[in-house]
Design a protein around this ligand. Structure first.
Ligand code: IPE
Ligand code: IPE
Ligand code: MG
Length: 257
């Protein structure tokens, strides 16, 4: 048996039915810290360790894109000190992980309002993204100051300006055109959307793109989320019948013969 087949066998994963894009709402850092009588920032610190292990397993099982919801447009309304700590942690994560991501062939990308991030975070992000830009093994896509509604507003403005300039006629605005104006234009839609911490809502995450995603909710708080639980979700995904509104579907990638 080849090393490749062996690897998937170890996890019980079918390499022919892998999700291309997995998106995760990493929630529950604050509650994790509270349970341990720690401050919320310690929860976020612990959460960044879980990020490391989930990136590693995704790379190992050959997931193409992993999108992590790290900071929403609404999260700016949190106490100033928590926002500052989250931004500092983000920068620390980028600086400390970049070599390891690069060695693994992982390309770092982001979606969201980059211009709203503090200058030092932006600089670290830009450096890391250009350093890893040619990597092809996997894309680690961070959703930062990201909101699905803001993303749609942003896209509509760009489309409206093209219509106004006569570069696009309104009758030519299709689903494809809208997708091409979103932050995710280069990425496939998410196949799996995972949310930790027991909350069952999207909280403004990938609203347009999740139209046909498979959802996974777990009560596990993000800092306690493990590779094993992730692998179980991928196996569950592989057992689901993705019909895309059709009647027969023999594989779970939307193709039909
Ligand atoms: C997720 O954990 C991290 C961010 C939203 C930045 P939370 O900070 O939302 O943790 P809870 O939901 O308060 O437990
Ligand atoms: C969603 O979590 C945002 C991120 C994980 C970055 P929140 O904790 O902000 O969402 P709500 O407030 O529970 O909806
Ligand atoms: Mg939360």
């Amino acid at each position: 048996m080849s090393e490749q087949t062996d690897k998937f066998k170890k996890y019980g994963i079918d390499p022919s039915r892998l999700p291309r894009h997995v998106a995760i709402i990493m929630d529950g850092n604050g509650r994790w810290a509270k349970k341990k009588f720690m401050n919320r920032v310690s929860g976020h610190e612990k959460g960044s360790e879980a990020v490391r292990s989930i990136v590693t397993i995704c790379r190992e099982i050959e997931i193409e894109v992993l999108t992590l919801y790290a900071f929403s447009t609404e999260n700016w309304a949190r106490p100033k000190a928590e926002v500052a700590a989250l931004m500092a942690l983000l920068k620390k994560f980028i600086v400390s992980e970049i070599d390891s991501l690069h060695k693994k062939g992982i390309r770092l990308e982001m979606i969201g309002q980059k211009e709203k991030l503090p200058q030092d975070v932006r600089d670290a992000l830009d450096g890391a993204m250009s350093h890893t830009a040619r990597n092809k093994q996997m894309c680690l896509n961070l959703a930062l100051s990201y909101g699905g509604r803001e993303e749609i507003v942003h896209a509509v403005r760009k489309i409206a300006s093209k219509v106004k300039k006569g570069k696009l006629s309104s009758g030519k605005i299709t689903e494809e055109v809208i997708s091409q104006h979103l932050y995710t234009r280069k990425l496939p839609d998410p196949d799996m959307v995972i949310r930790t911490s027991g909350e069952m809502r999207l909280s403004n995450f990938l609203l347009w793109q999740s139209g046909y995603a498979e959802f996974f909710f777990t009560k596990t708080l993000w800092p306690d989320f493990t590779e094993q639980e992730f692998v179980e979700m991928v196996k569950d995904y592989q057992s689901r019948d993705r019909r895309f509104g059709k009647v027969v579907c023999s594989s779970n990638d939307g193709s039909q013969q």
